[in-house]
Design a protein around this ligand. Structure first.
Ligand code: PMV
Length: 355
């Protein structure tokens, strides 16, 4: 695609907010051009978002170096800028005309840095949406193609592919799921029971330390992991089981799969070479408390984990009152400084913002 001559000098601005997501069946292991070894499915979050603004200008000709400035939370951020340049470079075959654009990007998150929230999912999806909205304006397209946005997000960060959809996203080819794809995620909001549509996710921050393994390094370690092949088979099976539970509202099966997936993710890290233990003593303590509370009160609350020590506490809205008391009295004291809980819930996906 070439930029039409009459667009040279064109200036514009677009702004998007896009959420993070939390995987229920995890993506861990990849191949080729950021393709997943198994399918994954996630809740799109509501509160944890990136807000990204892109001001652009079409230059007379393509530039050798990408023309880009990047501000994060009000300050110029060179490491993040360099990451974006690397990303633009990696998609040059798909979007060669990006070299003919002067980009000014500003981004911020609605959640604190290094809290175990997948900021790459919200950041990369917000960026992809800005870029494709700009494309729509430059090439006079009538719609922003959501599959293309998911694909471009995926090339930035695999899990970001799922963030562009409201409520839930499913990513990764599955032989038994029509329209599933390795290239982009698909929206999964219409196939689920109402109980999941306003599920809560209380994020209990155990530690704010930087992760000792990046997700890129973590995915790569799966290549030498002796349990990898079995893991991918189990994940494909868990996807089928969880989509059935999501449809019928079977919380027992949902809880069983979600907790097993979280623990399997960490078990895989522990048995890779080198080994990583990202769980902290208070993570384990909270897991015990959550499972005991569920058993004692017969309240369907469960946990999941990302590649870090922080707990995501998942539960249906109708138990908000009981669970809030449990969080306040039993779990919050075990978080960082006894006061580190972020309250989130299933959300409606990205939004275009006005200036
Ligand atoms: O999107 P990445 O490459 O940062 O990988 C994310 C992997 C997990 O968050 C651990 C699981 C997932 O499916 O989101």
């Amino acid at each position: 695609m070439e930029i039409p001559k009459d667009k040279i000098g064109l200036k514009g601005r677009v702004k998007w907010e896009s959420p993070s997501n939390i995987a229920l069946v995890k993506y861990w292991g990849k191949f080729g051009r950021q393709y997943p070894r198994n399918s994954s499915i996630s809740f799109t979050l509501s509160e944890a978002k990136s807000i990204t603004e892109l001001a652009y200008e079409i230059l007379p000709e393509a530039q050798k170096e990408y023309q880009l400035s990047f501000e994060f939370e009000g300050k110029e951020n060179v490491p993040f800028r360099n990451k974006i340049v690397k990303f633009l470079d990696s998609v040059e075959d798909l979007y060669p005309y990006f070299r003919q654009i002067q980009f000014h990007l500003k981004s911020k998150n609605t959640f604190p840095h290094s809290t175990g929230i997948a900021s790459s999912a919200s950041a990369m999806s917000a960026l992809a949406l800005c870029l494709l909205d700009m494309e729509k304006e430059i090439f006079n397209k009538s719609n922003l193609d959501i599959n293309a946005a998911s694909l471009l997000s995926r090339l930035g960060s695999g899990s970001a592919s799922r963030s562009v959809f409201p409520t839930m996203g499913l990513w990764g080819k599955h032989a038994e799921i029509n329209s599933s794809s390795n290239d982009f995620a698909i929206g999964y909001e219409n196939q689920i029971h109402d109980i999941f549509k306003d599920f809560h996710d209380d994020i209990l921050i155990v530690s704010k330390e930087e992760k000792s393994v990046s997700s890129t390094a973590g995915h790569a370690l799966m290549d030498g992991n002796p349990y990898a092949e079995q893991r991918y088979l189990t994940a494909q099976n868990n996807i089928l089981r969880i989509i059935d539970a999501l449809k019928t509202g079977d919380l027992d099966v949902f809880i069983e799969i979600v907790e097993q997936e979280a623990l399997t993710l960490h078990a895989l890290m522990m048995c890779s070479k080198p080994s990583f233990i990202l769980l902290k003593p208070n993570t384990l303590r909270m897991i015990e408390l959550i499972q005991a509370f569920r058993k004692e009160h017969k309240i369907p609350v469960c946990f999941t984990l990302d590649a870090g020590p922080n707990i995501h506490l998942l539960y249906p809205h109708k138990y908000l009152k009981e669970v809030s008391i449990f969080v306040k009295e039993a779990l919050k004291p075990l978080t960082k400084d006894g006061n580190s809980v972020l309250f989130d819930s299933v959300g409606l996906g990205p939004n275009k913002l006005e200036f």
